[in-house]
Unconditional design. Structure first.
Lengths: 103, 418
């Protein structure tokens, strides 16, 4: 069985910044009626178990770690961007997920 | 006046901190037009988060205190202060000045921007909790003076925005995030790291040392994760306390609970701040559009460079050993270890991502922090006790807020006035 779709939001503490991104993405997915994607947030020190996981997009609320084996997107706009850029970023993440999904 | 204060605090303690934090964040949400249901949801989650934090903190104290006591007696150390780490954030959300500090720093920040005293917008609403803890300390230390508490908290945060100006360029360039600044006062570490780096550059031999971040993290493996590390630390403390093997293993899991679930409860608490924070951030950015200003972001954004977590996993054991050998230090770091990556992130830019320098600098930095955290233990304990967040008969403190140099200085100054 293929792995389910997962969006992993990462920041330094796994407390505030990544949670912010997670909430935004969840809200967007709900409004688009997308129900098969799980969104979680985590601290950068704890994400090693996810390294190389399939069907996953990582939203980095820090610099993107080039050694982490998964498609990544820079997500700081969730914190500092306008409403419009936040929506665009959500759409970009969803596109990325559809692009990499292997079924 | 005293009567009113007594009555108010009577009502407050009857309602309990969860109800209060819900009410405050719900009202702030409405004020900043975050929407009714979002504000209500946020408020309720904040209440749940605070109650959860309470449970975790008290469970940890109950388990840790006898173990550390036994360990201290056997080895004749005076490490008798329980380390609550981010448990201290409960103070921010439970003390009566919460909303006043948030509104106060927003007003002062706007004024400072207009007067060109700072370029950093205090848009990192979540991190305002640090100022609220300083406010809570002053409130408790001055016998319940809310005015002094709010002034202290706002002053602390205002200084943070000035340090944010000075450190902004380093953080922007190193992390590839143009336009940001970090107003949380962990930025003081970056400010001090800069001359330290210049000093190292002048010392032949020392200036050539570096460690590869990738190898370091691989070698640490799962022991770099907070939960695993918590269990290991708990087991070590249990062994040193002379416990039986069953109790040793159980203490390990109890500390694991603290390390894994304390940040989770803080994150739930955070749900309450996010609607308010988003509304304020968008509002402030619209107001000051067109001016070259920095957007204040959480220090968590600075932890992406590989050197940060590599330095952190080396520092975890070194900081514990340092705490044991520092004469006069009373705090054995446990929950506060979760803070160390933030310290690394705050100085990685200034130290050019050099793992060796980050480790060396933070070992030096943590020496005064340990003494401040030890000296702040009575006020830390009293504040947590007054707010019903922890048993006041057992001393507690934390490296983050208990050991904050600027916070400690401000509490000391306001204590003189009060």
């Amino acid at each position: 069985m293929a792995e389910s779709k997962l969006i992993l939001c990462v920041c330094g503490g796994g407390i505030n910044t990544s949670l912010n991104a997670k909430n935004k993405i969840k809200e967007y997915l709900e409004s688009e009626n997308v129900q098969d994607i799980e969104v979680i947030h985590a601290m950068i020190g704890d994400i090693n178990p996810y390294n190389g996981r399939k069907n996953m997009v990582v939203v980095w609320m820090t610099q993107i770690d080039p050694n982490f084996n998964a498609p990544g997107i820079q997500g700081m706009s969730f914190v500092i961007g306008s409403k419009k850029t936040k929506l665009q970023l959500c759409a970009q993440i969803l596109d990325k997920m559809n692009e990499i999904y292997e079924g | 006046m005293e009567n009113i204060v007594a009555q108010v605090s009577g009502v407050l303690s009857n309602l309990g901190s969860s109800v209060l934090v819900m009410a405050v964040l719900f009202i702030l949400g409405l004020v900043f037009r975050a929407g009714f249901s979002k504000s209500l949801r946020g408020g309720i989650y904040a209440g749940i988060g605070l109650a959860g934090l309470n449970v975790i903190v008290n469970a940890a104290i109950a388990q840790l205190t006898p173990a550390i006591q036994a360990f201290s007696d056997r080895f004749d150390t005076n490490l008798n202060v329980a380390d609550l780490g981010w448990g201290s954030s409960g103070i921010a959300f439970a003390w009566p000045g919460l909303a006043l500090v948030i509104l106060g720093i927003l007003a002062v920040n706007a004024l400072m921007i207009v007067l060109k005293l700072t370029k950093t917008m205090w848009t990192d609403i979540w991190s305002i909790w640090h100022g609220n803890v300083v406010g809570g300390f002053v409130w408790a230390a001055t016998g319940g003076n809310i005015t002094l508490g709010v002034l202290a908290g706002v002053l602390f945060l205002a200084v943070g925005s000035i340090i944010a100006d000075w450190t902004a360029k380093d953080y922007q360039e190193f992390n590839g995030m143009p336009g940001i600044a970090v107003p949380c006062t962990v930025n003081l570490i970056g400010l001090v790291a800069k001359p330290f780096n210049a000093l190292i550059e002048k010392i032949p031999g020392l200036r050539d040392i570096d460690a590869s971040p990738e190898n370091t993290r691989k070698r640490m493996g799962v022991f770099g994760e907070l939960g695993v590390m918590g269990v290991v630390i708990g087991i070590l403390i249990g062994i040193m306390a002379g416990y039986q093997y069953g109790a040793v293993l159980n203490l390990g899991f109890q500390i694991g609970v603290l390390m894994v679930f304390l940040p989770k409860t803080v994150s739930v608490l955070c749900e309450g701040v996010i609607p308010v924070a988003n509304a304020i951030t968008e509002f402030v950015q619209e107001k000051f559009e067109g001016r070259e200003l920095y957007v204040g972001v959480d220090c968590a954004a600075l932890l992406g460079h590989p050197s940060v977590m590599a330095a952190a996993v080396i520092l975890y054991p070194l900081i514990i050993i340092l705490a044991m050998v520092l004469p006069g230090n009373a705090l054995l770091p446990i929950a506060s270890l979760a803070l160390i990556p933030y310290w690394c992130g705050a100085c990685a830019a200034q130290l050019k991502g050099n793992v060796f320098r980050i480790v060396l600098f933070l070992l030096v930095w943590s020496i005064p922090v340990f003494y401040i955290a030890s000296a702040m233990a009575p006020i830390h304990t009293e504040t947590m006790g007054m707010l019903g967040l922890a048993d006041a008969s057992i001393q507690n403190s934390s490296l983050d807020m208990g050991g904050d140099p600027l916070g400690g200085l401000i509490v000391w100054l306001f204590n003189l006035i009060g």
